[in-house]
Design a binder for this molecule. Structure first.
Ligand SMILES: [Zn+2]
Ligand SMILES: [Zn+2]
Length: 373
């Protein structure tokens, strides 16, 4: 394709993004060029930006971001349909996976595509084909074979942009951990993932949904998304007292399922303690390698507890997520999840606003800051 577009290039933690003009790529057979219309700042993006996730940064910087939606700008040779066989044309709105299960390994052949060890390749710089590898840019290059789904016209971008990360991630995670009818569930962290998980747990038949966070606005949002109980770290600073409250709310037993959507290892032992004997713990939040936590394994043995680790999701989840939004958008305020939208040139400001880890509990109101590139 001829022409150029703009991208926000990340040069490392603590440094401002650099806006660069980049060439549009020649499309390989099977590839799709997407014109990004909305790109959210996800919690994992904050880890990179902050510098608490290890990253081999390419020498000329990196375009990152992955939670996004857009329109088909150009279809590569041979592409006529989406991943469900529905006709796909230029201008169609799409939701898509930002990772690429290889299809040619033991794990993929076993049908566990989300667990494919090769689904995320090394980070490539903006100078290297296909240039457009992240969401914080005007274009995204969906590699050949990438999973893509046409978006129903009646869903606005603000609802669709969390689909390919937060929403699909929690649907897949809660399915993997076996959340079922009548279960009680503890959700640690009421950010984008936790709030989505609240509604998804409800829709999957959970009887009791408990959400824990430190930001009052986030807990209020969790209640609007169907939480039965919210637990404020500010109001109940003692871990023991929090565990006791969860037991009280779950018939004295503890929760059938607890989930880490916080991303700091320190919350894991507490979450495990909130799980009943024979219950399950879903670990999704902690993506930073090398961060440790003290854990007494005998509590797993004597408690007969299972930990389920999940990253990303199988592709079938995206159409389910889109369908969930259509069916339930009148029940939950999904439109409140993207709280602020910024143009691409204000990306530094957007990240500063989205940052919450180092702030006072009541300082952050932003659930998902979004860029409209
Ligand atoms: Zn994400
Ligand atoms: Zn594979």
């Amino acid at each position: 394709m001829s022409g150029t577009g703009r991208a926000a290039v990340f040069l490392g933690p603590g440094r401002p993004f650099e806006l660069r003009e980049l060439p549009l790529p020649e499309l390989e057979p099977g590839a799709i060029l997407v014109r990004v219309t909305l790109a959210n700042i996800c919690g994992s993006d904050l880890h990179f930006w902050r510098g608490d996730a290890p990253l081999a940064l390419p020498p000329d910087g990196w375009i990152f971001g992955h939670e996004m939606t857009g329109r088909v700008a150009a279809l590569g040779p041979g592409v006529r349909s989406d991943s469900l066989g529905e006709p796909l044309r230029e201008g169609d709105r799409v939701a898509y996976c930002y990772f690429y299960p290889c299809g040619r390994c033991h794990v993929c052949v076993r049908g566990q595509r989300a667990a494919c060890p090769s689904k995320v390749g090394r980070a490539t710089g903006p100078g290297e084909f296909p240039h457009w590898v992240g969401a914080f840019a005007e274009y995204y290059y969906l590699r050949p074979g990438g999973y893509v789904f046409r978006v129903p016209d009646d869903l606005p971008d603000a609802l669709v942009s969390p689909v390919n990360c937060a929403l699909s991630q929690v649907i897949h995670g809660l399915a993997q951990v076996g959340l079922g009818l009548g279960d009680s569930v503890v959700i640690q962290g009421a950010g984008g993932l936790g709030v989505h998980a609240t509604a998804v747990a409800r829709e999957m038949g959970a009887a009791t949904v408990i959400v824990i966070d430190q930001v009052p606005e986030r807990l209020a949002l969790a209640r609007a998304f169907g939480a039965d109980h919210t637990l404020s770290l500010a109001e109940v600073p003692e871990r023991k007292a929090r565990v006791r409250l969860v037991r009280e709310w779950t018939g004295g037993r503890g929760a059938d399922v607890a989930c880490d959507f916080v991303g700091f290892p320190a919350v894991v032992p507490e979450g495990l303690e909130m799980v009943r004997h024979g219950g399950r713990y879903l670990e999704i939040g902690c993506i930073s390698r090398g961060r440790m936590v003290d854990l007494d394994p005998s509590s797993l043995v004597w408690g007969t507890k299972t930990i389920v680790g999940v990253i990303m999701y199988d592709p079938w989840v995206i159409p389910r997520a889109l369908d969930l939004l259509r069916r339930t958008r009148a029940r939950y305020p999904f439109d409140r999840l993207v709280s602020e939208t910024y143009p691409l040139e204000r990306i530094d400001e957007a990240f500063r606003e989205a940052e919450w880890a180092s702030r006072a509990p009541d300082a952050s109101r932003v659930t998902r800051a979004a860029l409209a590139p």
